[in-house]
Design a binder for this molecule. Structure first.
Ligand SMILES: Cc1ncc(COP(=O)(O)O)c(C=O)c1O
Length: 405
């Protein structure tokens, strides 16, 4: 079959593959526990549903301006003021079909073939593939053993004349780490000095715990002009539990946004109108859902930590945000793909191999499900790996006997 060289180099999405495996096992009636999920279980806000259904009931669902409907652009501008203390104009905003598309359109807009994009490990699985899709070169920075936050020294060592951008994701998927204010400040200053794009993927920026706050990168910027290369990406997927609506947005200088509008116009025209209006409903509506979800996630995080702490040999770094953690299982297995497959096969627990995020020997575990799923899921993992566990366990009404330790 004739497939392009570029496309054949793009890896399948490991998280979507795992979702499919879990779905098939559940269909067969297996008692699968999904600790690999990438979306909160909460319901979408009522105001979002109301706004989308009001539009649908008119039976007139048409194209919109490529950059998004004015009411959503306005809502995003207000969101930036409220949450970043940053005043942006309508020409600094483009709405896309999820933050993922925001990133793809942005990278198409700024990356030339062979340009390098610095990605900080552990990183979201899609970044390297997205960079490759625009013929760029992903350059991975891996912090010293066990750390989930790189130092400026780690980063500056890989920056050279081909570096076009650095992508920062804090709160971080997969580790849940929130980078220190000092690191963000230094990154903003450094990128300004070097004239490189600093892309802040802020999709989890309000899902933080223990009274922590994610700093606004703009407070460290000295260049407030239309030449600024600071870009912020955000969206409704995680914050409002609206993953299926597919709405994200980009804040950047006018030239970048103008060009992104051309790129998006020639690919998807515009994001779907009902989803855009749902996003307006969510952003402008009461924000109690966000706070309730944040508190639930913090409680789930605490339970996950408590369960993992009772697990000899597993090293954990307590996450300060998101709904993921990335424990180190190297005491049990070095190869995270093998370990993840083993856990799915033996005890029906879905986990995501850390190798996919640039952290071999780790597993990403999500705590966005129920407390029972977290407790039972970790108990099953412990049973499968820990030689001191009893020899039998019940999964659903099936008794399993361990024959591998
Ligand atoms: C770090 C990060 N960025 C972006 C996205 C994409 O979000 P969206 O659903 O808005 O495309 C995700 C989703 O998992 C993510 O984890």
């Amino acid at each position: 079959m004739s497939i392009s060289q570029l496309a054949s180099q793009i890896a399948e999405s490991p998280t979507l593959v795992l979702n499919e495996k879990a779905r098939l096992l559940r269909e067969k009636g297996e008692a699968v526990i999904h600790l690999g999920a990438g979306e909160p279980k909460s319901k979408a806000p009522f105001e979002a549903l109301l706004a989308a259904s009001a539009q649908l009931s008119t039976a007139e669902v048409r194209y919109t301006p490529t950059e998004g409907v004015p009411s959503l652009i306005k809502a995003v501008i207000r969101y930036m003021e409220e949450n970043y203390n940053k005043f942006v104009g309508p020409r600094n905003v483009i709405v896309s079909g999820g933050a993922k598309q925001s990133l793809a359109v942005l990278l198409t807009t700024i990356i030339n073939p062979q340009d390098e994009v610095v990605i900080l490990a552990p990183y979201w699985v899609s970044y390297p593939e997205m960079v490759k899709m625009v013929y760029g070169i992903p350059v991975i920075v891996t912090p010293e053993d066990g750390r989930f936050e790189p130092t400026m020294e780690d980063i500056t060592q890989v920056v050279g004349s081909y570096t076009k951008a650095i992508i920062v994701n804090s709160p971080n998927n997969p580790s849940g780490a929130v980078y220190s204010e000092d690191l963000i400040a230094e990154l903003v200053t450094y990128c300004e000095k070097k004239g490189i794009y600093l892309i802040m993927d802020d999709i989890y920026h309000k899902l933080v715990f223990d009274n922590k706050k994610v700093p606004s990168p703009y407070q460290f910027a000295t260049d407030d002009s239309e030449n600024s290369k600071l870009v912020v990406i955000n969206g409704v997927s995680k914050l409002y539990a609206m993953t299926g609506f597919r709405i994200g947005w980009t804040i950047a200088n006018r030239k970048v946004i103008e060009t992104m509008i051309n790129v998006q116009a020639q690919t998807t025209t515009c994001p779907p109108l009902p989803s855009q209006l749902a996003a307006v409903g969510a952003i402008n509506g009461p924000q109690s859902n966000v706070e309730n979800m944040r508190l639930t996630l913090q409680n789930n995080r605490d339970i996950m930590m408590q369960e993992l702490e009772a697990f000899d040999g597993v090293r954990i770094s307590k996450p300060s945000g998101t709904f993921y953690c990335l424990p180190d299982f190297r005491a049990y297995r070095q190869n995270s793909v093998e370990l993840s497959d083993f856990l799915l096969e033996k005890v029906m627990v879905v986990t995501v191999p850390g190798g996919e995020f640039g952290m071999e020997g780790h597993l990403r575990l999500s705590y966005c499900g129920s407390v029972k799923e977290i407790m039972d899921g970790v108990a099953r993992i412990k049973w499968a790996l820990d030689p001191n566990s009893p020899n039998e366990i019940f999964i659903g009404d099936r008794k399993l006997v361990r024959d591998w330790l």
